[in-house]
Design a protein around this ligand. Structure first.
Ligand SMILES: Nc1ncnc2c1ncn2[C@@H]1O[C@H](COP(=O)(O)OP(=O)(O)OP(=O)(O)O)[C@@H](O)[C@H]1O
Ligand SMILES: O=C(O)C1=C[C@@H](O)[C@@H](O)[C@H](O)C1
Ligand SMILES: [Mg+2]
Length: 173
């Protein structure tokens, strides 16, 4: 099976994705890392040199490559992945998609330290500005994220809880 994790930056996609891959004995991939590996430069460098449109094109192409290459995997996507280039359709058609939701205050807490290296959050200097930026981003993205058939919130998103959700979904569909 393929299991995809979507959600806001800092929601815990990479952390939970790795743990789920271990639990299921599946390979783990992180889409941001796959892009960085192919481009031989960081996400921040790609955004700075080429702009967001180029990054979104690479993201869409690399997503399709990874999906074609691996019939079994857990994939942590980038925060914006489901919102561009029909990527969400690719996810929904080729695997199980889980929306990992986290309360805004928790995202602000987690992202405060690393915001400078995140191109889309870098200008948000204060915690208030960061919260506003994240709220606007979440408002715009919720329509994509909420199309995932599986959803799990905050600290309740343990491996065991996701395993149960997936089990229920597979037997009901
Ligand atoms: N369930 C959790 N409880 C507390 N902290 C967590 C939890 N999951 C992740 N974190 C912490 O939150 C931060 C973000 O987690 P992670 O990198 O997994 O998120 P992400 O969704 O992959 O974010 P991004 O890819 O945008 O950086 C990390 O510091 C991680 O240790
Ligand atoms: O939320 C976003 O749009 C992004 C999140 C990161 O995972 C990276 O994919 C990139 O920084 C863009
Ligand atoms: Mg991540």
């Amino acid at each position: 099976m393929r299991l995809y994790l979507i959600g806001m930056p800092g929601a815990g996609k990479t952390t939970l994705g790795r743990a789920l891959a271990t639990a299921y004995g599946l390979p783990f991939r992180d889409l941001d890392h796959e892009i960085v590996r192919r481009e031989q430069r960081s996400i921040a460098e790609i955004f700075a040199a080429e702009g967001e449109a180029y990054f979104r094109q690479r993201e869409a192409a690399v997503l399709r490559e990874v999906v074609a290459e691996l019939p079994r995997l857990v994939l942590a996507t980038g925060g914006g992945t489901p919102c561009f280039h029909q990527n969400l359709d690719v996810l929904l058609e080729t695997g199980y998609t889980l929306y990992l939701h986290a309360p805004l205050e928790e995202l602000v807490r987690r992202l405060q330290r690393g915001a400078a290296s995140r191109p889309l959050l870098a200008q948000a200097g204060s915690p208030e500005a960061l919260e506003k930026r994240l709220r606007e981003t979440l408002d715009a993205r919720e329509q994509f994220y909420s199309r995932a058939p599986l959803r799990c919130t905050g600290l309740a998103c343990t491996v065991a809880v996701v395993q149960r959700l997936l089990e229920q979904y597979r037997t009901s569909s």
